[in-house]
Design a binder for this molecule. Structure first.
Ligand code: DX5
Ligand code: ZN
Length: 217
């Protein structure tokens, strides 16, 4: 069987007991910790910024996968690097100079990801895919945890996989939104390398068990 990379999303954690939640992830078989930054502009919700990530970084032993759902994200690359980001994912929808922004993230020594909203086709990635380390495929409209997986994402994963082969890219395909123990196997079968999971992990009575199940498909 194929071992997916699993990235619990802290958005669904209990923020009153953040240290406990981060330590739970440390104890788990998860690979990355997914950190959702929202500005109330690009998405309707406001979450947290570099300050919270800086505290999380003191405790976590996992790779910090930062997902910037903010307008003009390049204004904050330096701050997120300082806070402890290992990966910075930026949206194609917020970056008119995406190529330049991706190069900037990589020049800082971080892995660069491009995130793409559900309505945008895989073909939009054709001239950037060879330059990125990660494609973050949104399988819900960004802004909130606990939403339903959009089924067309499975076709999009297959198309992106094909594009990666055609362009000689080494990008990982990461799926974000509505990933459950029920649909994870077909998402991985479609070609996903990484699974983000918020409510499936933190909403579970047995979060360690949920992470283990996502790993072992
Ligand atoms: C949504 C965020 C996701 C979110 C996923 O805008 O990008 O990372 O936390 O939450 P679940 O897994 O509950 O759909
Ligand atoms: Zn996310």
């Amino acid at each position: 069987f194929y071992m997916a990379i699993v990235a619990p999303s802290l958005l669904a954690a209990d923020f009153l007991h953040l240290q406990h939640e981060v330590e739970m992830v440390n104890q788990s078989e998860a690979d990355w910790l997914h950190l959702d930054v929202m500005d109330g502009q690009f998405v309707p919700n406001i979450s947290f910024g570099p300050m919270v990530i800086e505290f999380v970084k003191k405790v976590t032993t996992k790779t910090c996968d930062v997902h910037l759902m903010i307008e003009e994200p390049s204004r904050y690359f330096e701050q997120f690097k300082k806070a402890g980001a290992d990966h910075i994912n930026i949206h194609i929808e917020t970056c008119p100079r995406l190529h330049q922004d991706i190069q900037q993230i990589k020049a800082m020594g971080l892995k660069a990801g491009v995130a793409i909203n559900p309505h945008n086709p895989a073909s939009l990635l054709s001239d950037i895919i060879a330059d990125v380390d990660i494609v973050l495929v949104m399988s819900v409209n960004p802004g909130f945890g606990g939403q339903q997986f959009i089924p067309n994402t499975l076709n999009k994963i297959r198309e992106i996989k094909k594009l990666i082969r055609e362009k000689g890219s080494s990008a990982l395909i990461n799926i974000d939104g509505g990933v459950t123990l029920g649909n994870a196997a077909e998402i991985v079968a479609a070609g996903a390398d990484v699974l983000v999971a918020g409510s499936t992990v933190f909403g579970s009575k047995d979060p360690l068990g949920a992470i283990r199940e996502l790993k072992k498909l």
